[in-house]
Design a protein around this ligand. Structure first.
Ligand code: NAD
Length: 491
């Protein structure tokens, strides 16, 4: 795999090479501004062809009718091949997204894990049988939709793609996958690996196009029967609106502004470490980043002092340096957006306690780096406390008691995740039940398990990925009734 090669994409048996200079996507390495790769850009006219190829594969290939263990064998093989190419894939990931090396390895491990997990689910899935209430029995079967579209963001390439493709394929669907234009190459590698592992042609087509044309065309296409989207809340709202008009189901994994709560009975050292890793991991470019910190008033000063000291120690650096804990942001435009939010926070009257600028080290000068930043002195209604920044910016707020923190934590349009640190498990139970969020971490943060459902409340999304819910998302239920009459049916 050559990092700077010009990559075509595949439509059925054909390879699409760009016909003119414009029809490409150029991915930039966020660490130094160099070209990471150039990919042939899919155009809206390719969507018709891709949908036709996917339906043809769905109907003609035996995939959906294979025994579950046979389908699972291919999914296991995809997982095995992803794991075998762990390091080269992680290297591509690193130059495409700017994530530190260890995180890139984790992304590939997670992608391989999704294929293994859904192979196991496929093989062990049981349809439901209901006990007879008359002279019949009934059963509920999970059936594929046919052709589904999966649209992914840039912040966790290959993991996000696998999180959708593995369960959708396990359920028997054909998948049209549109990765983010910022990070187009890992999805193409996934398609190659799937083909090499024996996935029949046409069941996974990757369209590396722009969101507003190819993404929108996929969502509108009458041949697409379900859309699975991960990305920003406004994009999700637009996609959900079109799907609503079309009456097709959607899975929406959207943004967040997750509260991270520290009670005065917490182990403060662990809480500081958890808060730092919860916001500055992935340079804050994580949907579940704990970006709103709530600290109980009685420990606020002491905790913030320790937090600022620990934040200063976060090692910002080049992604391939093993000592690096935080790499660059994905693009110059995104770095400027994050810096703009810090300026908004200042203008709103916030105090920047640490960070608040790009680092001034020569070796980072060509990349899109930003220092880990903590702001306080604002109320929860401030823009930087309400809007998703998606960068290494933490806003800190004091709270009085349980009631106060529950009210403030829920005072946001989002509901993706939350975390809390406390020594009192009864309190943890009470607060966790009151917080409006799809995942709540107690004395830990940002743990993630393929088998545990994931998704958002409120404006953070609709539906659940991962676990058994992940397979259900890509299936529609059909009920069968089997007559067992001893006599002809009466009126
Ligand atoms: P984005 O919404 O800008 O783009 C996501 C994808 O949608 C891209 O592939 C893009 O090309 C496509 N797209 C854009 N406009 C479209 C349209 N009109 N129709 C169809 N597709 C369109 O998001 P992003 O900037 O790539 O990613 C960051 C966002 O993703 C953040 O808000 C983050 O919280 C969210 N996210 C959520 C989760 C989750 O699981 N909840 C996970 C990761 C990221």
């Amino acid at each position: 795999m050559n990092a700077s090669s010009h990559k075509p994409f595949r439509l059925g048996a054909d390879w699409r090479h760009s016909q003119d200079g414009d029809a490409v996507i150029t991915s930039i390495n966020p660490a130094d501004g160099s070209v990471a790769c150039i990919v042939t850009r899919a155009l809206p006219r390719d969507v018709d062809a891709a949908v036709a190829i996917a339906w043809d594969a769905f109907q003609r290939q035996p995939w959906r009718k294979l025994r579950p263990d046979q389908r699972a064998a291919t999914l296991y093989e995809i997982g095995r091949r992803l794991a075998a190419e762990r390091e080269p894939l992680a290297r591509l990931q690193m130059i495409d997204s700017g994530k530190p090396w260890k995180e890139c390895l984790n992304m590939v491990d997670s992608a391989a894990g999704h294929f293994r997990y859904y192979a196991a689910v496929c093989e062990t899935w049981q349809n439901e049988m209901t006990s007879p209430r008359g002279e019949y029995f009934s059963m509920a079967l999970a059936e594929p939709f046919g052709v589904i579209a999966a649209i992914t963001p840039w912040n966790s390439p290959i993991m996000n793609e696998a999180q959708k493709a593995a369960p959708a394929l396990a359920a028997g669907n054909a998948v049209l996958l549109k990765p983010s234009e910022e990070t187009p190459q890992l999805a193409l590698e996934l398609a190659r690996i799937c083909a090499e592992a024996g996935l029949p042609e046409g069941l996974l087509t990757v369209l590396p196009g722009h969101g507003e044309d190819v993404g929108a065309a996929l969502v509108r296409h009458p041949g697409v029967r379900m859309v699975s989207f991960t990305g920003g809340t406004e994009t999700g709202r637009a996609i959900g609106g079109i799907a609503g008009q079309r009456l097709i189901p959607v899975g929406l994994e959207l943004g967040g502004k997750s509260p991270h709560i520290v009670f005065d009975d917490a182990d403060l050292d662990r809480a500081v470490a958890g808060v730092v890793s919860g916001i500055f991991g992935s340079a804050g470019q994580s949907c579940v980043a704990g970006s709103r910190l709530f600290v109980q008033k009685s420990i606020y000063g002491r905790f913030m002092e320790a937090l600022v000291a620990r934040t200063r120690q976060v090692r910002v650096g080049l992604p391939d340096d093993p000592a690096t804990q935080m790499g660059p942001l994905v693009s110059r435009a995104h770095r400027d957006k994050v810096a703009g939010y810090v300026d908004i926070g200042r203008a709103e009257g916030g105090r920047v306690l640490v960070g608040g600028a790009a680092p001034d080290r020569a070796e980072l000068a060509n990349g899109w780096f930003y220092l880990p930043t903590v702001i306080d002195g604002l109320g929860n209604g401030a823009r930087v406390c309400q809007e998703e920044i998606f960068g290494p910016v933490l806003v800190a707020l004091p709270f009085d008691d349980e009631d106060d923190v529950i009210q403030q934590a829920n005072d946001t349009p989002f509901g993706l995740a939350a975390g809390m640190w406390t020594g009192d498990y009864a309190r943890a139970w009470r607060v966790a039940r009151e917080i409006e969020a799809g995942s709540v971490w107690i004395n830990t943060y940002k743990q993630s398990h393929i088998a545990t459902p994931f998704g958002g409340f409120k404006a953070s999304g609709i539906g659940r990925e991962k676990g058994l819910h992940g397979l259900r998302l890509y299936s529609q239920v059909k009920s069968l009734y089997w007559g067992m009459h001893n006599q002809p049916m009466g009126l």
